[in-house]
Write a protein that binds this ligand. Sequence first.
Ligand code: HSE
Length: 306
Amino acid sequence: MEEIKIFCAATIANISCGFDVLGLALDNVGDEMIVRKVPQKGVTITKIIGQNLPLETHKNVAGVAALALLSKVDTDFGFEIEIYKNIKPGSGIGSSAASSAGAVYGINELLGRPFSNHDLIEFAMQGERLASGVAHADNVAPALLGGFTLVRSTAPLDVLKIHTPNELYATVIHPQIEVKTSDAREILRSSVPLKTAIKQWGNIGGLISGLYTEDYDLIGRSLEDYIVEPIRSILIPAFNSVKTESIKSGALGAGISGSGPSIFALSEGSKNASKVAIAMKKVYDKVGIAYDVHISKINTEGIKKL
Ligand code: HSE
């Protein structure tokens, strides 16, 4: 194989209660990428369509992730990458993760798969370090493995794929402002009162259990974040109204997607997910904020070959 074309999924990190540990992959929102073997060693990003991002390998998350992988293998050829961006940077649905994950996945395929998808997470995390200053894995893990993922530990890396209930759908609304992950991390407190931590890890356990047992009510009850959302939600216009209206219209729960400003809701069934989209749009139409909306099944596959 000399060339591969792939779909790199957008992702929702944190999923309310699981800051930096939980994530899920979307099915119909994502970037496309072409990775090609070339005689010249190293990594060259030849094209980025859709967004104004740096082409220099060391300044581009895909380039940095690709170099991290190539530092572990000997090749007498190199790679060229074309990126077709549909995910807006700073939108909260894993734009940098899609590029980082896509680059390492594509190169690994062209090398004959010396690494497992779990191994690739570590390389893709280097792209996240460039984007946000922190090598968090909660977007790149679902982008690479698909479905819901739990980052049990980053050192050593231990990521688990969690069962996805078949009727679970995500609705995501992206108000057209940009929130940099680094800024959204800067405002967080570094310590958490024990009482708050107890409530939070109760929810993480509840959510994981609800996913495995396909208990939609339990999933809904567990989608509450006592630590990060109260602080970050001030960066997002009309956050509380969007959340309340989503739940009123049938969502199991709602919260900030990654570091925002996108807001996500999970629903049982596509009909409910569509009703939630209407409710979300109504709030922003009233306030006069432009937005994009996505309704998606959970993508249990991760990166897809096109
Ligand atoms: N867990 C990260 C954060 C995800 O919330 O900062 C960023 O998309």
